[in-house]
Ligand binder design. Structure first.
Ligand SMILES: Nc1ncnc2c1ncn2[C@@H]1O[C@H](COP(=O)(O)OP(=O)(O)OP(=O)(O)O)[C@@H](O)[C@H]1O
Ligand SMILES: [Mg+2]
Length: 385
């Protein structure tokens, strides 16, 4: 399939002529994107997998249960695509201990969680911002907050020409639209998102991501905001009740193909190739989420039974175990806070869970000890983080 997805405009950057690409507004046209054959099949499989993920989440006592871990898993993975080194364990340990010197890598992941949380609240609130360029700018402001993003114009649409790959625009792999074209390109994307285009919503979410990456409206953080956009659309369009899909696992695993598919839309108009790839990533991520959710559920049930049968079990220990999915890394003060208890019964609860091997001390120190729900984290992280 071949079609034209945009036009080139020759501009000058630092006395050098470059060809900037300005995408045509969505949807794909001449010819339109047809949902048939392989795409229809892959789409069906992705929807089925998403529905199963929704059911798996509904089986546990509260959705907070998976939400905490799954959202952070996505935050870590989307940041790893960017080059951030922090692991899920680093982030959870930081959240439990609140050390004052937060490493920049951990900050980047926490910022993603805040940006997502903020955007979801806006969309859920009738008086909040709608799905819009403004919403994405506010999310970008939160994402780029702090050390590393400070000089990347947080929250602002770029005012200069950027490029992808290469040392300067002249030898870049891809030069996004000139700055004066960006606002209109984003406005067109926003209009399309609110239009009644009959393409299936999941496919539209994938198209919107490509369009956003092609516009590349920010100086940095375009990949992460574009992936956050997918998460928002999947929830907003009712494909999943909660942001439980950690798509970035699949995108990172196939990072070269991810980038190549984005490039092929621009170069060859290959929306079909992108769409099949994207839907396959969704299916893979949702299937993985179901497996992980079931394994976590089984682990919790098993550990609860072991704890209840333990002669030193206390009510606080059972309560703490029930809280661990939302706080898989704890310290005594942190757990005391969660349980609204004083330190002595909290310490006893932690000791009981440690003697059962549920919690493991991770620092080897005598003071300021940190305990992790080791098996839970092993299942949650898989071999990815
Ligand atoms: N050839 C390409 N055409 C269009 N978009 C691309 C291409 N290659 C990469 N991208 C997109 O650009 C993103 C990188 O842009 P940027 O550095 O602004 O975002 P980031 O969030 O800081 O980093 P990252 O996306 O790597 O996490 C990639 O993640 C991808 O989504
Ligand atoms: Mg970057």
């Amino acid at each position: 399939m071949s079609r034209e997805t945009g036009r080139y405009r020759v501009t000058k950057v630092h006395d050098e002529q470059v060809r900037a690409f300005i995408p045509h507004p969505l949807p794909p046209a001449k010819p339109p994107l047809v949902v048939a054959g392989e795409i229809a099949e892959t789409h069906g499989a992705a929807l089925t997998a998403l529905a199963r993920l929704g059911v798996a989440a509904a089986l546990v006592p509260s959705t907070d249960w998976f939400l905490y871990g799954f959202v952070r898993k996505e935050a870590v993975l989307t940041s790893q695509i960017e080059g951030t080194q922090a692991t899920l364990r680093d982030v959870l340990t930081y959240e439990a201990t609140q050390q004052t010197d937060r490493p920049e890598d951990v900050e980047a992941v926490c910022n993603y969680v805040e940006a997502l949380t903020y955007a979801r609240k806006q969309l859920a609130n009738p008086k909040g911002l709608p799905l819009s360029t403004r919403l994405l700018c506010q999310a970008h402001r939160l994402l780029m907050r702090g050390g590393r993003g400070a000089d990347q114009q947080p929250g602002e649409i770029r005012r200069s020409q950027n490029w992808i790959g290469g040392s300067r625009p002249g030898n870049a792999r891809f030069v996004p639209p000139p700055p004066e074209e960006v606002a209109e390109a984003l406005a067109a994307l926003e209009r399309w998102l609110h239009s009644d285009d009959p393409l299936p919503p999941l496919i539209k979410a994938g198209l919107a991501h490509v369009q956003f990456e092609t516009i590349h409206p920010f100086l940095d953080g375009n990949g992460r905001i574009g992936r956050l956009l997918i998460a928002l659309l999947v929830e907003h369009w009712g494909l999943l009740g909660q942001p439980l899909l950690y798509l970035s696992v699949a995108l990172r695993r196939q990072q070269q193909e991810y980038y190549a598919r984005l490039a092929a839309v621009r170069a060859d108009g290959d929306w079909e190739g992108w769409t099949a790839f994207f839907l396959d990533c969704v299916r893979e991520a949702a299937d993985d989420g179901v497996d992980v959710a079931q394994a976590l559920h089984a682990l919790l049930a098993r550990d609860r039974a072991r704890l209840v049968g333990h002669k030193r079990a206390t009510v606080a220990a059972i309560q703490l175990l029930d809280e661990l999915p939302k706080h898989p890394v704890v310290t005594v003060p942190h757990a005391a806070d969660v349980l609204s208890l004083t330190a002595p019964p909290t310490r006893k609860a932690i000791d009981v869970l440690a003697s059962l091997g549920v919690l493991r001390e991770t620092t080897g120190k005598q003071r300021d000890r940190v305990y992790a729900y080791h098996e839970y984290l092993r299942i949650l992280t898989g071999d990815e983080t």
